[in-house]
Design a protein around this ligand. Structure first.
Ligand SMILES: [Zn+2]
Ligand SMILES: [Zn+2]
Length: 379
């Protein structure tokens, strides 16, 4: 422990991590442009940069995050091995450490003492500061990851993490460099620049995606949906949805939302390399959005002056409607489960239930539109 200006004790600095982040970032902002200005980069080095960026970053998003931390789908061994190797190339620690810490983040989100990268402790801390010191909130504890402790690929990668990570950062880039006759270019672009940009794009999820953006699904935590971040992070910018429905393999849940990671997982499933893709139901998603709309409308009403009795009554009427649809949906669900358990469900019954569920979803969708209009009129 050392002592800071404020007299408070600060956890010990982790030199290896601090040097790794500082030197790689320094190299990326000095060596990379200097070499570009004095020698120039060939197209092959830029293509390798883009390709390695996709491999390493998506091994983090589709692998470390959605596969290992959240178990949103199951993947073939070859896919897991590929993601374990290229995920190590991203230099964000082993799958075991990353995924276990991330489960703690979801469980204790915004708790400054227990969330390892709590956004409440400021931008710097949640972005990178949490890794530079031996903070009590960042202590490794794998008791939340018994499944990973049993996974041979995860444990192999954890055991040999340093040689795998170093090897994956140097060998593929150097080999391509030998083939194309531009080893230095490859190491600088596909190795160094790719590594540093990949670091900070991922770190944005913990910093910016907890402070900048909208909250359509929940305001119980600081996570935000942000389209700009989604572009930089291969779809992880839809972080508000993700914190509400962490078991869903999608983060950008609407078909048009930019989430290449969900497209990759869907493609792997189509190829037979992934299965059991988990999704939140449309109904649950609409339910979360409507609950948020009610909250916002009530807040607006509370702030609005003048005669708001009419609006209050309208809102209350809509709320009762919402509760009654929820009740009917729950009853339908439990009767469906009971039927399935007794193996009495016939195909026509299933079809009937599906039709009714779609009808409930439609009623919620219409209600969402009415609420949006109502809120608009209030402002
Ligand atoms: Zn997550
Ligand atoms: Zn988060």
């Amino acid at each position: 422990m050392s002592t800071s200006e404020s007299g408070k004790t600060r956890p010990r600095l982790i030199w290896t991590t601090t040097l790794m982040f500082s030197l790689t970032a320094l190299g990326a902002v000095t060596l990379v442009p200097w070499y570009g200005l004095t020698h120039g980069y060939s197209a092959s080095a830029w293509v390798a940069f883009a390709l390695f960026m996709v491999f390493a970053s998506m091994s983090i998003t589709a692998g470390y995050h959605r596969l290992w931390a959240h178990r949103t789908y199951e993947a073939h061994r070859s896919v897991r091995l590929f993601m374990a190797l290229w995920g190590a190339a991203a230099l964000q620690n082993s799958i075991l450490v990353w995924a276990s810490g991330h489960r703690t983040h979801h469980r204790h989100v915004d708790d400054n003492d227990r969330d390892p990268y709590s956004a409440g402790r400021g931008f710097w801390f949640s972005h990178i500061g949490w890794m530079l010191r031996d903070h009590p909130s960042g202590q490794e504890n794998f008791s939340n990851a018994p499944d990973l402790l049993r996974d041979p690929i995860v444990m192999w990668q954890h055991r040999w993490y340093v040689p795998i990570a170093l090897g994956m950062n140097i060998v593929p880039a150097a080999l391509l460099g030998l083939v194309f006759g531009n080893v230095i270019e490859m190491l600088l672009l596909a190795g160094l620049l790719r590594l540093v940009l990949g670091h900070h794009f991922t770190f944005f999820i913990n910093s910016l995606a907890h402070t900048w953006g909208r909250r359509p699904y929940t305001d119980e935590n600081s996570a935000r949906d942000n389209d700009v971040l989604a572009v930089l992070t291969f779809g992880e910018g839809y972080h508000n949805f993700h914190h509400k429905f962490q078991y869903d393999y999608r983060n950008g849940v609407r078909w048009w939302q930019y989430d290449p990671t969900k497209w990759l997982i869907a493609t792997l499933s189509w190829l037979g390399l992934a299965e059991n893709l988990k999704r939140a139901s449309n109904f649950q998603i609409q339910q979360a959005m409507i609950a948020m709309q009610f909250r916002k409308a009530r807040e607006k009403l509370a702030r609005a002056g003048g005669n708001v009795e009419k609006w209050k009554a309208l809102l209350e009427h809509e709320y009762q409607h919402f509760l009654s649809v929820l009740e009917q949906w729950k009853a339908l669900k439990s009767s469906l489960y009971a039927e399935t358990r007794r193996h009495l469900a016939y195909h026509w019954e299933h079809a009937l239930v599906r039709t009714r569920i779609r009808e409930f979803e439609y009623r919620l969708k219409m209600q969402r539109k009415r609420l949006a209009l109502l809120t608009l009129q209030l402002s």
